[in-house]
Design a protein around this ligand. Structure first.
Ligand code: UDP
Ligand code: MG
Length: 310
């Protein structure tokens, strides 16, 4: 029998886990013909998520869990999940039931038909502010225009991946991870199914605007060097414009003489150029920081405990 791993990264999900387990249990009991593994990755939760998982595991041996030594973030927690998943395919699921487990049977059906990556596309984005929706659209547009492969819009981490994809993803071990981009980068046969994203059953989203901004920078910087090119192009344009301006002033001085004036132009030009230079250095710094972090070759996550009694 084929084995299906349901991978659930959890960070402070104590309130959601019972709802989640109830749904998963119903699903596993109902869908016959597969061996199941529910792999929880406890990403250094501060509440009693770990105790709840431990308790569930003692009652249901289909459950396994990995406990990370601290909070490493969802991206890294997912890699830990890929490393420890034993299934022939892996379904990545959020603990807060925003991704409905009821979609899993249709994913399995597509998988049986030979697709390697069955991803769920959201028709709506659940309860989200107008600003957040706009910003996320802007981010996707920038990313899409600066990479050579297709970045899927409104597609989260909720998907079924064949063992082939998992083994490939395990080889991508960069420490600053943008997994959504990796799913697109690895290729393989993809199939889309659509769903309506629910609101969280309990607890709060762990993302604020600042962490989303960081994720966006991560996404762009780890998948494209286009910002560096942009800085170069900006530099060329400004240098050219300055040269033309220089000629204009030169001829003006020769033809009409020179009275000392033009402080406003001078100061605005200096400030503008200073700003552009800082921006370019900042962009450069983003990439240098990544080189620095990757050269340290640290493990992406640290495991405290792995329990599985299958
Ligand atoms: N998560 C995690 N580590 C983190 C933050 C989040 O493992 O540092 C998990 C979280 O428990 C949930 C999933 O990632 O299962 C999605 O998180 P959340 O619901 O906060 O994100 P959103 O749905 O708002 O994108
Ligand atoms: Mg959520």
């Amino acid at each position: 029998m084929k084995k299906v791993t349901i991978l659930v990264p959890c960070y402070n999900e104590a309130k959601s886990l019972h709802f989640l387990y109830a749904e998963l249990k119903a699903l596993m009991d109902e869908v016959k013909g597969y061996n199941w593994e529910v792999l929880f990755v406890n990403d250094g939760s501060r509440d009693n998520t770990l105790e709840i998982i431990r308790d569930l595991q003692s009652r249901d041996k289909r459950i396994c869990f990995v406990d990370l030594s601290r909070n490493f973030g969802k991206e890294n927690a997912m890699l830990a999940g890929f490393d420890y998943a034993t299934g022939d395919c892996v379904v990545i699921l959020d603990a807060d039931l925003q991704d409905p487990p009821s979609l899993i049977p249709s994913m399995l059906k597509e998988w049986e038909e030979g697709y390697d990556d069955v991803y769920a596309k959201r028709m709506n984005r659940g309860k989200e502010s107008w600003l957040r929706k706009r910003l996320s659209l802007l981010f996707y547009t920038i990313l899409q225009h600066s990479t050579k492969f297709e970045i899927l819009k409104n597609v989260g981490d909720f998907r079924l991946l064949d063992r082939r994809c998992i083994d490939t993803l395990k080889e991508l071990r960069e420490s600053e991870r943008y997994t959504k981009g990796m799913f697109c980068w690895i290729g393989f046969r993809k199939k889309e199914i659509v769903f309506d994203r629910n609101d969280r059953v309990a607890g709060e989203s762990n993302w604020n605007y600042f962490s989303l901004f960081n994720l966006a920078v991560e996404g762009i910087v780890s998948f494209t060097t286009a910002p560096l090119r942009f800085a170069t192009i900006l530099g060329v344009i400004i240098a050219f414009a300055s040269f033309v301006l220089m000629l204009v002033y030169l001829f003006k001085t020769i033809l009409f003489g020179d009275e000392v004036q033009g402080f406003p132009t001078l100061i605005t030009t200096i400030l503008f150029l200073g700003g552009v230079q800082l921006l370019a250095i900042g962009v450069l710094g983003e990439y240098v920081a990544r080189i620095f972090n990757e050269t340290k070759k640290r493990p992406v996550y640290v495991i405290r405990e792995y329990v599985c009694e299958q």
